[in-house]
Write a protein that binds this ligand. Structure first.
Ligand code: C5P
Length: 244
């Protein structure tokens, strides 16, 4: 089980094919324990890629950013828990995804219904309940005057709905940590080592700054998966996390 009190690196498998994802998982396995499967890869491969990562003994962050009516999101979360690695159901190594995401803008009822469904399904299947995370404001959105207030407002909704934490940029992490204390998880994308390409991200920071600001999990995609040597790039980021 992942210890959430230690900052952790999550590598985003933002690639198109199973083969590319498999290559990255194998190359990065010596250093990385959590892989994020998002809409790009899940749309092309489906649950098979999740099972592959799990079979390697690694954890999956299922980042499908659900946003729909409460019944549909609750059913999707139930399906995510049920459909993954059913072959091992009931055995000691059976694991569901470590965490999944929903857009907080979908509303408190949607979030609460999903959390309840996840709790019930995990209980029925005797598996660990996945951590529920709410998307506040995408890190690709430029900071506006009201971004901090909007992130806080959404984080409060997530907290009230019983979510385990939120996805937020490094610019809001310190404020969220202060507001919600140490047990509320903060997952931060938009991580860029010094000198690397920012791409479409706007609210970015280096790994050590994100850790100093209170993030528990750092999500890194392109700076690792597009690097000449992804394992070395991951190790460099892990070193920077240690500095933080
Ligand atoms: O390549 P890069 O490091 O920018 O990848 C960031 C990853 O984090 C992407 O997979 C993106 O979908 C995800 N993400 C994000 N902002 C959020 C939530 C998730 O960039 N608020």
């Amino acid at each position: 089980m992942i210890n959430c009190s230690q900052p952790k690196l999550i590598v985003a498998l933002d690639v198109d094919t199973f083969e590319q994802a498999r290559g990255l998982v194998n190359a990065l396995s010596p250093a990385v324990d959590i892989f994020k499967v998002g809409s790009q890869l899940f749309t092309s491969c489906g649950p098979v890629i999740v099972r592959y990562v799990q079979a390697k003994g690694k954890e999956v962050f299922l980042d499908l950013k659900y946003h729909d009516i409460p019944n549909t999101v609750a059913s999707a979360v139930t399906a995510a828990i049920r459909s993954l690695d059913v072959g091992h159901q009931g055995s000691a190594d059976y694991r569901t995804v470590l965490m999944y995401t929903m857009h907080i803008s979908g509303g408190q009822e949607m979030l609460a219904r999903a959390v309840e469904a996840a709790q019930n399904t995990a209980h029925q299947m005797a598996v660990r309940r996945p951590l529920a995370l709410g998307i506040t404001v995408l890190t690709s959105e430029t900071r506006q005057e009201n971004t901090q207030a909007l992130v806080l407002e959404r984080a409060l909704i997530a907290h009230k709905a019983g979510l385990d934490g939120v996805v937020a940029s490094v610019e809001e992490a310190a404020m969220l940590r202060k507001e919600f204390g140490k047990d509320f998880l903060i997952v931060t994308p938009g991580i860029r080592p010094t000198g690397s390409d920012v791409g479409d991200q706007k609210r970015v920071a280096t790994p050590s700054v994100a850790i100093k600001n209170g993030s528990n999990f750092l999500v890194v995609g392109r700076p690792i998966i597009a690097a000449q040597d992804p394992l070395q790039a991951a190790k460099d980021i892990l070193d920077d996390i240690q500095q933080g």
